[in-house]
Design a protein around this ligand. Structure first.
Ligand code: ZN
Length: 325
């Protein structure tokens, strides 16, 4: 029987007529791959941009956040399994054609739209169309993604995306096999490099899972890769794990582990290392890489002091890397 290859992600699902891919959102309909969630986000919220997390991109702004059902990886620790690991059928959804999404963002005073909650690469056609419409309206686009896409998908989105927070779970294939159900981290590393070349604003999130990716060596290998490939000024967020979904036998990440990760990142040369998903004193503050002045104070997802002046440190004048307005 004839099949069609879905080339949106490295899984390259071969779909016979009527079959749906691993992501559950893309189907072979009469020999053509159709996105079942086109214009149909199941999650719609106005969030602080800090929640994505993006700390060096329009701080203190709201972002119109949408998520479409389905995901192309199957993390044991998925935080949104109800929507990511289920098909779109049977889940309630909002009807939001791309133009309506942009209008909704503008009406709510959001200078950006975030494609988030699940894997936006899966909803490629809808994300692209929303992002193009947003660009025309002067609204920016944020991708919150695991980056597991084909070069073509990644490159196409680079044309319309302003910022991305990429979940880099590990740089070890074994972790991706055991925890995420995919063969290799390479497509994710390639995506990061590709977006960096395209000058998409990047921040990296690393969820530290006890015994899985939280050893000194694992952290050090990862941050060394980041420094070598993305540079010293890419913000990195070490996020706290809580037992969830199919990884309930492990304890939450100890706070000390998060602090240790920040130390390792700083020692490797990264100048903006943060902790997330945890109350760590000063862990979310942006500190000047030149003089140590606290430039932006944050608590949870709120900014309550921003002392940057035209993107520079108020004390020493050093440029803080980011998209500040
Ligand atoms: Zn300074």
């Amino acid at each position: 029987m004839e099949y069609v290859v879905c080339d949106i992600c490295p899984r390259q699902c071969r779909l016979k007529s009527g079959q749906t891919g691993v992501c559950r959102a893309r189907q072979n309909v009469d020999g053509r791959i159709v996105l079942l969630t086109y214009g149909l986000p199941c999650s719609v919220n106005v969030d602080p941009v800090e929640k994505k997390p993006l700390y060096h991109f329009l701080p203190g702004s709201k972002t119109f956040s949408i998520g479409m059902a389905g995901c192309n990886i199957n993390c044991l620790n998925c935080q949104n399994a109800e929507i990511s690991q289920s098909g779109p059928l049977g889940l309630p959804a909002y009807e939001l054609p791309s133009g309506a999404t942009v209008a909704a963002a503008t009406e709510r005073g959001c200078p950006s739209i975030s494609y988030t909650y699940t894997e936006p690469l899966v909803a490629f056609e809808y994300v692209r169309d929303c992002a193009e419409a947003a660009r025309r309206a002067g609204v920016r686009n944020v991708l919150v993604t695991a980056g597991y896409g084909t070069p073509a998908t990644i490159s196409e989105l680079a044309k319309v995306i302003d910022a991305a927070n990429v979940d880099l779970k590990s740089i070890d294939d074994k972790f991706y096999r055991e925890i995420c159900g995919v063969n290799s981290v390479k497509p994710v590393l390639d995506a990061l490099n590709r977006w960096r070349e395209a000058v998409v604003w990047l921040e990296v999130t690393v969820l530290l899972i006890p015994t899985k990716n939280d050893s000194d060596k694992a952290i050090s290998d990862l941050v060394n890769w980041v420094v070598a490939n993305l540079g010293r000024e890419v913000p990195i967020h070490f996020s706290r794990f809580f037992p969830i979904h199919r990884l309930t036998e492990l304890p939450p990440t100890p706070i000390e582990t998060l602090a240790r990760a920040v130390e390792i990142a700083n020692a490797a040369g990264l100048v903006y290392a943060y902790t997330g998903n945890a109350d760590v004193d000063g862990g979310s503050d942006t500190v000047c890489a030149g003089c140590g002045e606290v430039l932006i104070r944050r608590q949870r997802f709120s900014v309550f002091d921003n002392r940057l002046q035209e993107g520079k440190c108020v004390s020493c004048g050093r440029v803080a890397t980011g998209v500040w307005r």
